[in-house]
Design a protein around this ligand. Structure first.
Ligand SMILES: [Zn+2]
Length: 265
């Protein structure tokens, strides 16, 4: 697992599985007598492997981040494993995600078990998914004496939110704007395009963007990916299977996703 500091108050860890990202965000803290700065923090999404999840609390502690809660950008299983790192922390997510977790009971657990069976992964205990606290999206979430902005994201799935950290100019988007994965439609294509439009002004303001897979990237690169993704989706709508994949993402695996997208239209 790689970990990189984007700002004094933002650290991103990237999992070895699917390059899934886990973002720690802290309110600007105050220095203690020893000079160590600490502040209230959230853990957004999660790495995938047990050894990675085990390291996250130490990573947070070393950096002076006191994790008081978990946030999930959306309800896909590989983003909701934070309880393995912080067993007591409450989980907050968009209303749409909370509703999805209730309407698909056991789904995340089943998908995780399928992954674990395939890669012979052993977990210390079954996945616990506490009933999530529903956050207003669009809306704001208090962190210390600051606020995070929450913006709705739909299209990849039917649920989700992006999180804007204004003072650090970091945008955590969930499964959009990925340098390694093409747009993957489990929701509607029009909703996906609307999400890209909504994200665009935030991306323009961002120093860094953290996609759910394969990040973090700088704002300029994210803006370029946003334009590529929009073109791909517009072509998909008009040309179906003949739509060209973004140049840097034409792998066999991405062609499978493309085939799924075509089938879903
Ligand atoms: Zn994902």
């Amino acid at each position: 697992m790689r970990a990189v500091g984007l700002h004094a108050d933002v650290v991103v860890a990237t999992s070895r599985a699917y390059q899934t990202t886990c973002t720690l965000v802290r309110s600007p803290g105050s220095a203690s007598r020893s000079g160590q700065i600490s502040g209230e923090a959230f853990c957004i999404d999660s790495p995938v492997f047990p050894d990675e999840l085990e390291i996250v609390p130490a990573l947070a502690e070393q950096a002076g981040f006191t994790v008081v809660g978990l946030l999930a950008t959306h309800g896909d299983w590989d983003h909701v494993l934070g309880r393995y790192a912080f067993p007591e922390a409450p989980l907050g997510c968009a209303e749409t995600t909370a509703a999805r977790l209730i309407s698909e009971p056991g789904n995340a657990q089943r998908k995780m078990r399928e992954f674990d069976d395939e890669f012979y992964v052993e977990r210390p205990r079954p996945l616990s998914l506490p009933s999530a606290q529903r956050l207003p999206v669009p809306g704001k979430l208090d962190i210390g004496d600051r606020e995070l902005e929450l913006h709705p994201t739909e299209g990849h799935t039917e649920d989700g939110m992006a999180i804007w950290v204004p003072w650090a100019r970091v945008l955590v988007v969930g499964d959009y704007l990925s340098p390694v994965e093409i747009p993957w439609l489990h929701g509607s294509l029009n909703a996906y395009l609307a999400t890209l439009n909504r994200l665009e002004p935030l991306v323009d303001e961002a120093d860094h963007v953290v996609p759910g897979h394969g990040g973090p990237i700088d704002g300029t690169r994210a803006a370029a990916i946003l334009r590529e993704d929009r073109t791909y989706l517009e072509d998909l709508l008009e040309q179906g299977e003949a739509a060209k994949l973004p140049l840097a993402r034409r792998t066999a695996e991405q062609r499978k996703i493309h085939a799924e997208n075509v089938a879903s239209l």
